[in-house]
Design a protein around this ligand. Structure first.
Ligand code: PMP
Length: 400
């Protein structure tokens, strides 16, 4: 009965790694994955994560029963504090409901389905461009997806005017997906002054903010700094949703640990929202996994482990920033034509190089360098040893 099925294409992002794995060349370089690598090109398990896991193993009272539908309650409380701030008025007033979900993706999906069922507007505006999974997640959640202008290829920066015009023209009450920091794939974030203008415009039109926070701590190296745009929207007393992921900032990619928080205007509303979230989650996956959330809770509840985590996080962010500088300098040293300052201006894990699909394909064929066809490279996949190879390839392709 399935014989008529056609072969589905690989995922545009995950497909890059599949192609990379098939390449026998010893000089091959994978800049497609959105996962941190050490200077030696190896995946990293944070020291604090190892310590937290050891604590969990040593605790013989731990059991493997199901979690509640909403997940690990302590994890939920600590996650809300981490993103909204320990002194958040919304937490103090019990106006936040948080549920543990399957990493950032699961949090976006649960939030999307909740909105599709219970929010009066069914259209979500996502930035153009955005992470490739966003349109699929929200369409399948039952929302209708439209885009707002975000990136200006001519400046390789923010198209702020276009963004304001598009959100200004969106129907009253529409949902707007905002990357909290380290926009993927462009690496371009609004300034705090621009965020304030976005906030004013959105609140004046009753637009519902849905923040995607996949990189808290990865942009600036500071957890609080990276959460500022969200906290500005909480400070005005209005509603919002936020999807958090611990994949990147704790390196817990495969543990699938994240959280969805919904900030409401009153405590009784937050309680009813939670009851409805449970009805979304129960038939989807019943309840979330226990291990990753337990690791996060151990780290967030312990002052020493928390401080150690912030240092390890800062070290990852700093290594990425250093890769930006090294790549920029390497292109300058080669006299590569063009303005490459966006490499050091962009923020977070990715650089949106401005290379086109034909140039990307040439670099893959001739230099065995793998990246998504939109020219996005993961700075976390680079090292001092591989920067010259990448710079050679970029130089060759733009001067050919
Ligand atoms: N949002 C953005 C912008 C992302 O880049 C990612 C990861 N690539 C995610 C969400 C979700 O990641 P995960 O489900 O692994 O937490």
């Amino acid at each position: 009965v399935f014989a008529h099925l056609v072969q589905a294409p690989e995922d545009a992002i995950l497909g890059v790694t599949i192609a990379y794995n098939k390449d026998p060349s010893p000089i091959k370089l994978n800049l497609g994955v959105g996962a941190y690598r050490t200077e030696e090109g190896k995946p990293l398990v944070l020291n604090v994560v190892r310590k937290a896991e050891q604590q969990l193993i040593n605790d013989r009272s731990r059991i493997k029963e199901y979690l509640p539908i909403v997940g690990l309650v302590e994890f939920n409380k600590l996650s809300a504090k981490l993103i909204l701030g320990a002194d958040s008025p919304a937490i103090r007033e019990n106006r936040v409901t948080t549920v543990e979900c399957l990493s950032g993706t699961g949090s976006l999906r649960v939030g999307g389905e909740f909105l599709a069922r219970h929010y009066h507007q069914k259209t979500i505006y996502i930035p153009q461009p955005t992470w490739g999974n966003h349109p699929k997640i929200f369409t399948l959640a039952g929302l209708s997806v439209k885009t707002y202008r975000y990136y200006d290829p001519s400046t390789r920066g923010l198209n702020f005017q276009g963004l304001l015009e598009d959100l200004g023209a969106a129907p009253q009450g529409s949902i707007v997906l905002l990357h909290a920091c380290a926009h993927n794939p462009t690496g371009v974030d609004p300034t705090l002054e621009q965020w304030e203008q976005i906030r004013k415009l959105m609140r004046s039109k009753g637009l519902m903010p849905f923040f995607d926070s996949a990189y808290q701590g990865f942009a600036s190296g500071s957890l609080d700094t990276d959460a500022k745009p969200i906290r500005m929207f909480v400070a005005d007393g209005g509603e919002l949703l936020v999807a958090q992921s611990y994949a990147k900032n704790m390196g817990l990619y495969g543990e699938r640990v994240g959280a969805l928080s919904i900030v409401c205007k009153a405590a009784d509303v937050a309680g009813r929202v939670e009851s409805q979230l449970k009805l979304v989650i129960r038939p989807m996956y019943s309840n979330p996994p226990i291990h990753g959330a337990s690791i996060v809770a151990v780290i967030l509840r312990d002052r020493n482990l928390f401080n150690e985590w912030t240092l390890e996080l800062k070290a990852m962010a700093d290594r990425i920033i250093s890769m930006r500088k090294q790549l920029f300098e390497a292109l300058r040293a080669r006299g590569t034509p063009g303005d490459w300052t966006h490499i050091i201006k962009q923020i977070g894990m990715f650089t949106f190089t401005g290379l086109n699909p034909a140039q990307v394909s040439y670099m893959t064929k001739e230099y065995h360098i793998y990246m998504t066809s939109d020219g996005r490279i993961s700075m976390a996949g680079l090292s001092s040893k591989t920067v010259p190879h990448l710079a050679d390839a970029i130089h060759a392709v733009v001067t050919k």
